[in-house]
Design a binder for this molecule. Structure first.
Ligand SMILES: Nc1ncnc2c1ncn2[C@@H]1O[C@H](COP(=O)(O)OP(=O)(O)O)[C@@H](O)[C@H]1O
Ligand SMILES: [Mg+2]
Length: 260
C-alpha cells in the first residue's frame, strides 16, 4: 500500500501551553487501510485529526508537517469525512435528519435540494437505519444515541470522501451499540475502499478490526505496526501496560480476519 499521507516531524503547540500537544510525530497513513490511533485522554489524538484536516486553531505553532499523495491536503467535508464522539453536538436540533445528511453533499457536489434529500435517504439506508424515508423526516431528538451516530456516519460519507476520521466516534455509546457501530464503519469503509483513521482510547475496540495501530502517549508516537504484531509482541512498556489492562485482549475479538 502506498502512503496516502506521510507525516514527518509533526509538532503542534497550542498558545500558552507549556508542553506541545504533539511532539515530532512520524507516521504514514496508507491508502485504504484502517489505522487505529490509540491513546489516553490528552495524548494528542484529536490534535492529530485537526492537523490532518487543516483545522488547528489560530495561534497553534506547527513544526514539520505532512505530505499528501494527492499533492494537496484533502478538503474537509468533501475528500475527508469526520465523525465525532457526540453526534448530538454535530447535528442541528431544528433541521430534519434528511436535510442534514444531504447538506454537505449538496454544497460540495452541487446537488439540488431534491437530489440531496434522495441521497440522504440512500445514505440512511446504507447505515442500516430501518425505514430511512421516515428517519429522513425526523429530528435528532427523536432518535437514540446509536441511531444519531449512524446519521452522523451517513452525513460524513454522503459526499463520498476517500478518507474518514472517526474521533472517539463510539465512546459515548454502550458496549453493544459500540460494537455495532464499529462493525458498520468497518463494512462501509471496506466496501468503498476508503481510508479510515479510527481514534480511540480503547485498544480492545480498535484491535478488533484495525489493520495497524499507532499508540500515542503525551503527544508522542510510542509505537506503530500491524495490529496483530503489536498485540502479540508490543515493543514499548506503555503498550504492554495498555494491553495488560484489557484481560480480554489475549484473544482479540476479530470482526474480520486481517488481510495476510
Ligand atoms: N484548542 C486547544 N487549546 C489549548 N490546548 C489544547 C487545545 N486542544 C487540546 N489541547 C491540549 O493539547 C493536549 C492534547 O489534546 P488532544 O489532542 O485533544 O488529546 P486527545 O484527543 O488525545 O484527548 C492536551 O493537553 C489538551 O489539553
Ligand atoms: Mg480527543
Amino acid at each position: 500500500m502506498t502512503a496516502l499521507c506521510e507525516i514527518r516531524g509533526l509538532s503542534v503547540a497550542y498558545p500558552g501551553a507549556s508542553v506541545p500537544a504533539l511532539d515530532g510525530i512520524d507516521l504514514d497513513i496508507r491508502a485504504g487501510e484502517r489505522l487505529a490511533v490509540i491513546g489516553e485522554s490528552g495524548s494528542g489524538k484529536s490534535t492529530l485529526a485537526c492537523a490532518l484536516a487543516g483545522l488547528l486553531p489560530d495561534g497553534a505553532r506547527v513544526e514539520g508537517g505532512m505530505r499528501w499523495a494527492a499533492g494537496s491536503p484533502p478538503r474537509p467535508g468533501r475528500d475527508l469525512g469526520f465523525v465525532f464522539q457526540d453526534p448530538a453536538a454535530s447535528l442541528n436540533p431544528v433541521l430534519t435528519i434528511g436535510e442534514q445528511v444531504g447538506e454537505g453533499a449538496r454544497r460540495h457536489l452541487g446537488l439540488s435540494r431534491r437530489q440531496a434529500l434522495s441521497l440522504a435517504v440512500e445514505m440512511l439506508e446504507k447505515v442500516r437505519l430501518p425505514d430511512p424515508g421516515k428517519v429522513a423526516k425526523a429530528f435528532p431528538h427523536q432518535l437514540s444515541g446509536g441511531q444519531r451516530q449512524r446519521v452522523a456516519i451517513a452525513a460524513a460519507l454522503a459526499a463520498k470522501p476517500g478518507m474518514l476520521i472517526a474521533d472517539e466516534a463510539t465512546s459515548a455509546l454502550d458496549m453493544v451499540v459500540q460494537a455495532e457501530i464499529v462493525a458498520l464503519l468497518d463494512d462501509l469503509v471496506r466496501a468503498a475502499g476508503m481510508t479510515l483513521l479510527f481514534i480511540t482510547h480503547d485498544i480492545a475496540l480498535a484491535s478488533g478490526f484495525a489493520d495497524r495501530v499507532a499508540i500515542f502517549r503525551k503527544g508522542a508516537l510510542v509505537e506503530t505496526g500491524p495490529t496483530r504484531t503489536v498485540l502479540a509482541a508490543p515493543a514499548a512498556a506503555y503498550t504492554k501496560t495498555l494491553i495488560a489492562s484489557h484481560r480480554d485482549l489475549a484473544t482479540p475479538p476479530l470482526i474480520h480476519e486481517a488481510a495476510p
